[in-house]
Design a protein around this ligand. Structure first.
Ligand SMILES: [Zn+2]
Ligand SMILES: [Zn+2]
Length: 445
């Protein structure tokens, strides 16, 4: 697939936009049903699970719980299958995008104000200061990365229709204040390179280069995989390269007018915080999360974002292979039902404890916004992030040139899948390549 870059900066990744709903719009199904396509072929498009997973639709075990929007936010998975919509139907109105930005910046600002209060108040003990600061770091990291992901969708043309307004909001509210790349540069390396079907998980993919820069390679020993997973972003070289990369792409590489805008913004901001004597607050509660903590937050999700270094077998169709390079990364585990008495109560306490201790921190720290549905973003990059979990669920189990969908529950399951590929060359964790081979055999018989 070739992604063309128009002069207006619009992404024309047509091939990736063909996970359209029209092919099966009137087919009501459940996730595990066997579907009948137009050729009366029996093809099973039901969701696939890895051998490390639960083998069931975990989200369905949450269906009796109150407050379903909360569980959708936390798990990343939408609870029911509605009619699919076309990407254009998911686009936001400008006020909705502005609301999203206001929400993010308001949370950042409130965090800075609370940070100032905690930092300067001598009545607050050191331990409380540290705990509060860690929490504020997570919130600021969550929202600055949230802005980056909002920029990502806006850059795909998946936020609002008005391109001029999209570029303006992208530049001044989602790029310059978080020292992100310029609109055009990001479009080139992300929509152009990362989303190119034949580039994904190759050396031409900038995201795979990022893995290589952190020491990962195909066939690496397992102990190195786990060691780099934990320590690579803390290496002084990685920290320096990250800061240097941002500096280059903000003040050296962009065109003159971009450099002037970025220089003017940052010198004004630094002047204000210096004159108001708040430079210490600004450094601790904004720059440290932005430059240091983001690195690790982003790293944890990046490692499991794709099946790095996977090579397409000749007998696996291109689009099926491409979609097998990513999967739904949901957070949670089956709700314990059916056990009564003390044992049942103990299971439920354990389940709730894992929600509080594992899922909520991982969601806030690393898997914000649309990241659990990154697989569906590669199938249909013009779906807006407000709708992506709903649209992903709508297409689950339906016929698609990308093959069946796949999903994991919990960070560890995804890590084991990536480990199997990177260290041992076992790429078909969900049996999707085998599924494609079987379809080919059926067609030939
Ligand atoms: Zn994208
Ligand atoms: Zn990706």
């Amino acid at each position: 697939m070739v992604c063309k870059l128009t002069s207006s900066g619009l992404n024309l990744c047509n091939c990736l936009n063909t996970e359209d709903s029209s092919q099966s719009k009137n087919t009501k199904i459940d996730n595990r049903s066997i579907l009948i396509n137009k050729n009366v072929d029996l093809i099973d498009y039901s969701t696939r699970y890895s051998r490390y997973g639960w083998g069931i639709d975990v989200r369905a075990t949450y269906s009796h719980l109150p407050c379903q929007p909360f569980w959708t936010w936390l798990t990343g998975k939408y609870p029911k299958q509605l009619e699919p919509r076309r990407p254009i139907e998911t686009i936001l109105a400008p006020w909705q995008l502005i609301l999203q930005l206001t929400w993010s910046w308001a949370l950042i600002l409130i965090s800075l104000l609370i940070g100032a209060f905690v930092y300067k108040n001598s009545d607050i003990g050191l331990l409380i200061k540290i705990i509060c600061s860690l929490f504020l770091f997570v919130i600021v990291t969550n929202r600055t990365r949230g802005l980056l992901h909002t920029f990502h969708y806006t850059n795909h043309g998946a936020s609002i229709k008005n391109l001029r307004l999209a570029k303006f909001l992208g530049k001044w509210f989602m790029s310059i204040p978080i020292m992100h790349l310029t609109w055009d540069e990001y479009h080139k390396i992300h929509a152009g390179d990362h989303h190119a079907t034949t580039y994904l998980c190759t050396d031409a993919d900038p995201d795979q280069k990022f893995m290589k820069d952190h020491g990962f390679y195909s066939g690496m020993p397992e102990y190195l995989f786990w060691r780099y997973l934990v320590f690579a972003p803390f290496h002084p070289k990685a920290i320096w390269e990250h800061i240097y990369f941002r500096f280059l792409h903000n003040f050296i590489i962009p065109n003159r007018s971009e450099i002037i805008s970025r220089f003017a913004f940052w010198t004004s901001l630094l002047t204000i915080v210096t004159l108001t004597n708040t430079i210490d607050i600004f450094v601790i509660y904004y720059l440290i999360p932005l430059f240091l903590i983001t690195q690790y937050s982003s790293w944890l999700q990046h490692i499991t974002e794709h099946l790095w270094f996977a090579v397409r077998p000749n007998d696996v169709p291109l689009f099926v292979f491409m979609s097998s390079l990513t999967w739904g990364r949901f957070l949670g585990r089956p709700y314990p039902k059916g056990t009564n008495g003390i044992k049942g109560i103990a299971y439920k306490i354990q389940w709730w404890a894992k929600i509080l201790i594992i899922d909520i921190p991982i969601k806030l720290f690393s898997f914000m916004q649309d990241l659990p549905s990154h697989d569906y973003h590669h199938r249909s990059p013009r779906i807006n992030f407000w709708s992506i979990s709903r649209e992903r669920a709508a297409m689950e189990g339906r016929p698609s040139k990308y093959g069946p969908m796949t999903e994991t529950w919990g960070l560890l399951e995804s890590l084991l899948i990536v480990r199997d590929q990177v260290c041992y060359g076992k790429g078909d964790a969900f049996g999707v390549w085998e599924w494609a081979r079987n379809q080919e055999k059926r067609r030939n018989n």
